[in-house]
Structures are given as structure tokens and as C-alpha cells.
Design a protein around this ligand. Structure first.
Ligand code: HEC
Length: 156
């Protein structure tokens, strides 16, 4: 579900100030995520993700950039697969949705503070994260749910 960003106009005389609402459409904001034994049980949006969209985020260099670190046969047509992290092939067999949500939301909580994998739904994603993401999450809850749905399709 997409929630339109509604511009609010505050007018005094002829001068109007426009402010876009930045309220997130995600049901669970980053500070409200509940970890339960390294898993996050409930969808961040309250709805299941879209695997087709998730495939796009997975390969997107500016967003998930998962391919920079994870080989994935399903995206063999895309160049530059990194091998820093384990291959994603068969990840849908090895993990449950709840475990994947934990890894994606906060890799540091699952793998420890020294992992180079960014925490994609933390306001402080990690030391190696681009400056533009400081104070923001790298992915939205909706994108995380889409990526979970996609990774669940990666079966051996
Ligand atoms: C900067 C590199 C990097 C990026 C980017 C990255 N990861 Fe990772 N990922 C890792 C590393 C390294 C590990 C292994 C855990 C560890 O030891 O730190 C890992 C582990 C995982 C695991 C567990 C795999 C297993 O078989 O144990 C999953 C699932 C995963 N990543 C998914 C993703 C997804 C999905 C994305 C994109 C949204 C992503 N990662 C982006 C580096 C990365």
C-alpha cells in the first residue's frame, strides 16, 4: 500500500510555505522494531512484500546493493557480483521470513557489530555507510518486505 505524500500549504498573506509530510507509510518505524531471538516476527508494513519489486531493490546499486556482496544465480545477467558475503542461492531454503527480516533490519544485531553488512532499517546503519544515509534508514520498511519476499523465492 502506498500512501501519497500530501503537501501541506501554510499561507500567511501571499506567502505560502509548502511542507511535504515525511511521515512514513510503514506501520513499524525503525525505533519500534521488536527483536525476538534474532528474528523480527511481524511485517514492517503490516502486509506481505512483493517479490518482483524486491528483485529490483536487491540489484539496485543505490539501494539494497545486495549484489555488491552476494552472488545470486537468479541475477546472473547482472554484472559485478561481490563475494564478500555468502551466496544468496538457496537462501529461501535456509532462512524463514522472520529470520531474514531480522538480518535485513539490523545485521549487527544478528551477526555482531563487526559485520560489514549494513543494517538496512536502522537509523544508524553502520560505519561504512554513505553519509547521505546518516540519520535515515537505507531502505523503507516496504522495500525490506519486498526483498524478503524475493529472497524467499531463491530455492536450491
Ligand atoms: C557490504 C556487503 C554486504 C551488503 C551490501 C549486503 N550484505 Fe548480506 N551479508 C554480508 C556478509 C559479510 C554476510 C555474512 C555475515 C557476516 O559474517 O557478517 C551477510 C549475510 C547475509 C545473509 C545470511 C546469509 C547466509 O547464508 O548466512 C543474508 C540472507 C543476507 N546477507 C542478505 C542480504 C541482502 C538481501 C542484502 C541487500 C539488501 C545484503 N545482504 C547486503 C555482506 C553484505
Amino acid at each position: 500500500m502506498k500512501q501519497a505524500n500530501t503537501p501541506i500549504a501554510i499561507c500567511a498573506g501571499l506567502a505560502c510555505l509548502f511542507a511535504a509530510t515525511t511521515a512514513s507509510a510503514d506501520a513499524v518505524t525503525p525505533d519500534k522494531v521488536m527483536f525476538d531471538d534474532l528474528e523480527v516476527k511481524t511485517s514492517l508494513t503490516g502486509a506481505p512484500g512483493d517479490a518482483k519489486a524486491g528483485k529490483k531493490w536487491f540489484a539496485n546499486r543505490k539501494l539494497g546493493n545486495c549484489l555488491a556482496c552476494h552472488v545470486n544465480k537468479d541475477l546472473a545477467n547482472q554484472p559485478f557480483h561481490g563475494e564478500v558475503g555468502p551466496p544468496m542461492d538457496g537462501a529461501g531454503d535456509r532462512y524463514t521470513q522472520e529470520q531474514l527480516r531480522g538480518i535485513l533490519v539490523d545485521s549487527k544485531a544478528v551477526f555482531g557489530p563487526d559485520t560489514i553488512m549494513p543494517g538496512f532499517y536502522r537509523v544508524d546503519p553502520g560505519a561504512r555507510t554513505a553519509k547521505k544515509f546518516k540519520g535515515k534508514t537505507i531502505l523503507s520498511g516496504e522495500q525490506i518486505e519486498d526483498i524478503i519476499a524475493y529472497v524467499m523465492t531463491l530455492k536450491e
